[in-house]
Design a protein around this ligand. Sequence first.
Ligand code: ADP
Length: 930
Amino acid sequence: MPISAALGSDSDQVEHASPLDTARTASTRSAIPSVDTPVMRQYLEIKERYPDCILFFRLGDFYEMFFDDAVEASQLLDLTLTARDKQKEVPVPMCGVPYHAARGYIGRLIAQGKKVAICDQMEDARKAKKIVRRAVTQVVTPGVVLEEDQLEPKSSNYLCALCPGSGRTGLAYLDVSTGEFAACELPDGEALDELCRIEPAELLLVEDKTVRSDSRSVDWPAKIAQRMKVPTGTAQRTDPAADLAMLSELTSDGPQSAHALHEDPLLCAAAAACLRYARATQPTGGLPISTLRRYRPSDCMILDDATKTNLELLQTLVERKRQGSLLGVLDQTKTAMGGRLLRAWLLAPLLDLTLIGARHDAVEWLVDRQATRQSLREVLKGIHDIERLTGRLATLLATPRDLFSLGNSLRELPRLMDSLRAALSVPTESFPTELPALLSLGSDLAEDVAATIAHAIADNPPVQWRDGGFLRRGYHADLDELSDLSNGGKQHILRIEERERERTGISSLKVRYNKVFGYFIEITRSNLTKVPADYVRKQTTVNGERYVTDELAEYEAKVLHAEERRIELELQLYESLRSSLATQATRLLKLAQKVATLDVLCGLAELAHRSGYTRPTMTRELRIDIREGRHPVIEQLRERGTFVPNDTLLDPDGEQILVLTGPNMAGKSTVMRQVALLSILAQMGSFVPAARAELGLVDRVLTRVGASDNLSRGDSTFMVEMRETSNILAKATRRSLVVLDEIGRGTSTYDGLSIAWAVAEYLHDVSGCKTLFATHYHELTALAAARPRVRNAQVAIRQYQDEIVFLHKLLPGGANRSYGIEVARLAGLPAPLLSRAKEILRALEDQASSQGTSSLPAHGVPPLQSGQLSLLLGGPPLHAEPAQAKPASVKLPKHQQEVLDRLRHLDPEDLSPRAAHDLLRHLTAQLRAS
Ligand code: ADP
């Protein structure tokens, strides 16, 4: 029901049937106001300013929601919807949650893409002259979250803004929990890739009402937003001068920082929209943002969404789990900050040899110093999320427990320094004599902040801190005095209890306290006859009576007064402590980044040490030369030492395209992905699983693998496959690495083969990129003869009778059959079915050989007619290239053909070992003779 519909209703009684009622007591829940009361008018006024948020309105010990908010929240949170005046025409829907449980409920709403405005009481209800002053203290939205329990420790949480221009787009992203803030300007067509890398939790589309743009430029950001499936809102573009002024307050960082801001109006508009939106969510506190990093996406290796998914960089393809992904293997970090930084490094591998070298130097230094590494990791284990704790400090949301954690973590930092220093002072140390730059924590360890916190906050402060009791004794003399007074009063009350027990002879007599009656004496029913005359009866309960005395009332006033003043002073002192520490946020965040970097590098070194990774040689060349490379994830899943390493050489000037054939399960995908993963690992700063690797920088990894995950979007497998292929062809440069697994599978054999063939030619003739091309079309092996930079390779298997053994070894040359039946046998298909399949295969093979083609039919459809293959082989290059090699003839020499025919018609089951041996000798002699 809209709010306006309820205005004018005048009833004042509200029914409550919420399941939360068990937690509600008459003493703690305020009376529910009627619509035309001052409180309700206050509610409506505030709500009007936050129309797109669910308003949590503090009333006593509860946050209440009304009208449409109540209807929606009750559904999303499983709360019973209640209503005031059910009998009236327009009852007001409402629901509520106890204030101390609000965080959990807010978290659930945010996870469902909602925004919540938290409206608090800004003064003590008892002291308010008229109506209690209330105001929104925080707005929580999916992209602006500060509570630790609503955030993934090892993932950033970004609010992202897009400001489209004509052909170019401004993009900015901000994590308010850590203060990370970055922006760039990029071509429209690259915005989606960049957004996929960032994975925003919320998106803002900046609209410029003053510019009439064509429909395409209006549409595409909305389409992107739809594709991203994240909560999306719009923001109006404001005056560029105002944007500039706001951003100029921040320092600029990053390779593009020298650029004047006004030269990047779209970048400015996006960044300003992010900042303005985020600031509006914190009306009472600041944000931990001091720097805007300006970058170019093309300064890093580009990993688009398909590649991220196909290579299982962050999660596995099918189960979407972190375990089993590259990140799962890589992440040996000990802190949440380190975990987030590692993830960021993985998604943005570097293209600058100096920067990559600096990371490799640091990893190498740590690999060589095991004891230092262990002691650093031991200390890192005890360091909390300094970054997010600082974020909460800057926004003035930090609780005493947050400060306690922050202080403890900062106190650990000198121990990190000690470990590093100890390693440097070893006299036999030769190279490197200095600490690699990335490992240095600098000279400022914020020891003053740690000391201030240690002096102020007592050990293990309580979670419910608003009653005080967390500031250390000695921090403030007045506070200590008030505590003594209040404690002294409490002691005295205990003494009264003792004395009254003696005086009355009632051993069960108790002095107790509640919020309604204050201190009282409780006497059980059986002792009522012994109650002295000076006791004044206050209340009858099931078990007895409650009394007060003049003396008790007098001490109660003393105790409560002192207690009240103590709490007030303690909270005041805390607020000023927090505000003064908040001014140190920039320093603390810089320090946190250094700790995170150290943590990531220690983790990479640990992995390199444990798994036998080596430092790759990075070059500006285009060539990739890997010796004894291993797949970093599959190697871990297998028994130690059983992974078969492989050499791979790719070079746009020679071995540009590697066509991989061989049966399913042989290891084609593994070897292709491993090449891509090694490049990514090396460029993000890690060592690599290989005996030796010489790696030319790769600007993009593009992959086309399975399409099953995209089927849910309603596209056919083939459509998805072709769209991804087209994207690859459009984007690959000579510096790119392309992985194509089984292209053309989603359509008929002829279509598929033709497309696969033409794609390979295009990559060869036009793109010139390094390509790994796995295919089940054995016909494609003929391409090596038609194009100079195509090589064939196969993953070796050994066949024994009907069994095949996968050797997982990459060998030169193409495979000429797929061993589908043997693989099917391994998969447990029934024996009669397999025999029948063999019969059919043999018949088809006979048909093929009688028609004069040497290629095997695929998928049980008629084989290519003679002449078709030569048509493919003879196709002209798509681009003016140096003269190509002549088409190869696939007809084998007569002797070889005879040997093959003989073998083809042979059933090994019919041969005794002796006969098999004789036949083998005969055939090899025949081959040699030819
Ligand atoms: P294909 O792409 O040829 O069907 P995969 O690359 O998917 O085969 O490999 C199938 C399985 O073989 C993998 O899951 C892995 O267990 C194993 N495998 C692949 N390559 C190797 C290797 N080099 N060493 C050991 N096992 C391997």
